[in-house]
Design a protein around this ligand. Structure first.
Ligand code: ATP
Ligand code: MG
Length: 411
């Protein structure tokens, strides 16, 4: 029979890859907690409308990338392509719109039917941070600062640049959209087929196109600055001031629009040159209209999502497991005592291993193969008198130690 393969665009995480992956998530979780964020978990699949309503009918995600299927009850379900819409759905479903702000950390798999390549998969993982219920630019800055701290803690901040932009308020965007339509209409002959369609449905999206042909047209397109209302301009100025107070370096990039429809005011991305075409490691912004789309009251919110695989690829080294201690009994009476020692070490938080069989020589060979830092060698006589030989496997030094003292000695 032929061996089965993982589905295209999916990956198994084993060994070093899993450790890198977990290190990203654990680090993010720890830092988010210091900012007062609480972790949520929502289902992997949702009513399709959770995403079709929120992400916008014209977003790439909704038009081309969603895993949507009809289940056996005839309901249209979608494997979540992102977390923010699901979190807003959960906020409303759980009656939390009156208990604001909610500060949510999230980590989990997401699904998008994209062309798989390095740093781009069909099942990938995100960490997410969402601050729901605050409308001040200080909230946006704090959310970005938390992201920056996570990148710092991972040791990858130096490989990234924070780019910020404003998408203004509704009147700013309407004026800007009109200017973009004029500009792109004048240059329609140079646009890709996809962007011609975007021109009809959502012209701002053209700014986000990854096609070289579009990017050349986009390079000379008007930017939003000239169309900002005084309120929107003040919000953006305040964001930049606050980022300075948090000590987060940034540069402005008026081309950032983000891929999803629900953003306004702040939009930002941490980008890197280290991952080829998949240059965005973290992206987010303000999405004041989304909770309302989910059937809740108007609620301001800001957040970001980052790709765990992309961050894991940027890590300079793989976090290593602590080296174990090997327990090595010699003879049957010693084996009984050895299990007690093994468990005492584990219960003291020490990684400890014991082979299920084998001679002294075999067991020591195995301890070396495991990279054990020490071996506890226990003969019949020692077992009877409550002592063991503690052998440092790096130096070869061996000393006699009372069994009761082993956990403290090895901690
Ligand atoms: P891209 O421009 O790379 O397609 P995006 O704008 O679609 O990204 P978001 O929806 O903002 O991405 O998701 C946040 C982050 O999730 C991205 O910055 C990226 O790190 C990661 N990400 C998005 N799609 C994928 C994917 N298919 N595979 C791996 N990581 C992804
Ligand atoms: Mg995308």
């Amino acid at each position: 029979m032929s061996a089965l393969q993982p589905v295209r665009g999916t990956r198994d995480l084993i060994g070093e890859e899993q450790r890198r992956h977990l290190h990203v998530i654990d680090t993010a979780r720890r830092i988010a907690a210091t900012y007062g964020y609480d972790e949520w978990t929502t289902p992997v699949f949702e009513d399709t409308r959770v995403f079709s309503r929120s992400l916008g009918d014209t977003s790439d995600v909704v038009m081309k990338e969603m895993y949507t299927f009809t289940d056996r009850s005839g309901d249209s379900l979608t494997l979540r392509p992102e977390a923010t819409a699901a979190i807003c759905r959960a906020l409303v479903s759980n009656g939390l719109t009156q208990s604001l702000p909610q500060k949510v950390f999230y980590a989990g798999p997401m699904f998008r039917h994209e062309r798989p390549q390095k740093g781009r998969y069909r099942q990938f993982h995100q960490i997410d941070l969402e601050l729901i219920g605050s409308s001040e630019p200080l909230a946006d800055a704090e959310v970005i600062a938390c992201g920056w701290d996570i990148l710092q803690a991972l040791g990858v901040a130096g490989a990234t640049v924070l780019e910020v932009n404003t998408l203004g308020d509704r009147p700013s965007r309407d004026a800007y959209r009109a200017a973009l339509v004029d500009y792109f209409t004048a240059h329609r002959a140079r646009l890709s087929a996809d962007s011609l369609e975007r021109l009809e449905r959502n012209p701002m999206r053209i700014l986000d196109s990854k096609e070289e042909q579009d990017r050349r047209v986009v390079a000379d397109a008007p930017t939003i600055g000239a169309f900002l209302t005084p309120d929107a301009a003040a919000f953006y100025a305040a964001l930049k001031t606050q980022l300075g107070r948090f000590g987060v370096p940034f540069r402005e990039n008026p081309r950032i629009v983000r891929g999803l429809d629900y953003y306004g005011h702040t939009a930002f991305e941490f980008v890197t040159e280290a991952l080829g075409a998949q240059g965005t490691v973290m992206g987010g912004g303000r999405y004041d209209g989304l909770v309302e789309e989910m059937g809740g009251p108007p609620t301001p919110a800001v957040g970001w999502a980052a790709g765990v695989e992309r961050l894991a690829m940027l890590l300079a080294e793989t976090p290593s497991l602590p080296a174990p201690v090997a327990v090595v009994p010699v003879g049957e009476a010693a084996e009984a005592r050895a299990v007690e020692i093994l468990q005492a070490l584990r219960h003291a938080g020490i990684r400890a291993e014991m082979a299920f069989r084998g001679t002294l020589k075999r067991r020591l060979e195995r301890a070396n193969r495991l990279g054990a830092r020490a071996a506890i060698i226990l003969g019949e006589a020692e077992a009877a008198s409550g002592v063991a030989q503690l052998k440092d496997l790096a130096t070869g030094n061996q000393v006699e130690v009372a069994v009761a003292e082993l956990p403290a000695r090895l901690a």
